[in-house]
Design a protein around this ligand. Sequence first.
Ligand code: ADP
Ligand code: MG
Length: 211
Amino acid sequence: MLGVHDITISFEGRPLLERVSLALDAGEIVALLGPSGSGKSTLLRIIAGLIVPEGGTVEIDGADCTHVPTHRRSVGMVFQDEQLFPHLSVGANVAFGLKMAGMAARERRRRSDDMLELVGLGGFGDRQVGRLSGGEAKRVALARSLAPTPKVLLLDEPLTGLDRELHDRLADEVAAILRATGTTAIWVTHDAAEAAAVADRIVRLGAGTSS
Ligand code: ADP
Ligand code: MG
C-alpha cells in the first residue's frame, strides 16, 4: 500500500535521511521508532507531500506520487498537538476533509456522526472543541483523519505528553480502531514500549543516519 524508496534529504548541507526505504502492506501498522532529531517527522512530511525529497520516490497504492500534491495523495495525518480548528464544532472538524472532497452536507453529517461513534464520542458533534478533555481531543483528531478513508494514515507522536494512564488507554484504543478499520498506518514515536504496544512491526531510524 505504501512504498518509500531510497529517500534522501539534507538540511543546510547536513544529510538527515540517506536512502531510507520502507514498505507497508495494506492494513499494516508500522511503528517508526527513533530518537529526537532522527528525521521521523521529516520522513512523514515527505510521505504526505509537504516536503519534496532530494532523491527517492514515494508510492501509494501502486502509483508514484513523489510529485503529487498533498491533497491528492489520500494521506491522513494526526499530530501530537491535535491541531483541531478552534472555531469549528467537533462535527465540523471531523467533516472538514469531506467538505474539501466535495461530499454533500447530509452525507458529511452522517459520516461525521459514524466516525464519532467509532472513536467513542457519539453525540459530541455539536460541542465546541475548546471544551474537550485531552483524550477527547485526540479522539476527534483521529476521527477527522480517518473520515475521508485515507489510503495511508501518518501519526506523528500522537500520544506523547499524555499522563501514563491516559497514554496507555488511548494507545490500546487507537490501535484497536486502526485495526478495526483496516487502516494502513505509520505511527511515529520515540517510546519503544509504545511502539511495541501498537504496531505489527517496528522500524528504527537512527540519529541522522540511514536505515
Ligand atoms: P524527529 O521528528 O525525529 O525529531 P525531525 O524530522 O523533526 O526529527 O528533524 C530532524 C532534524 O532535521 C532537526 O533536528 C533539524 O535539525 C533538521 N530539520 C528538519 N526540518 C528542517 C528544516 N525545514 N530546515 C532545517 N533543518 C531542518
Ligand atoms: Mg518529530
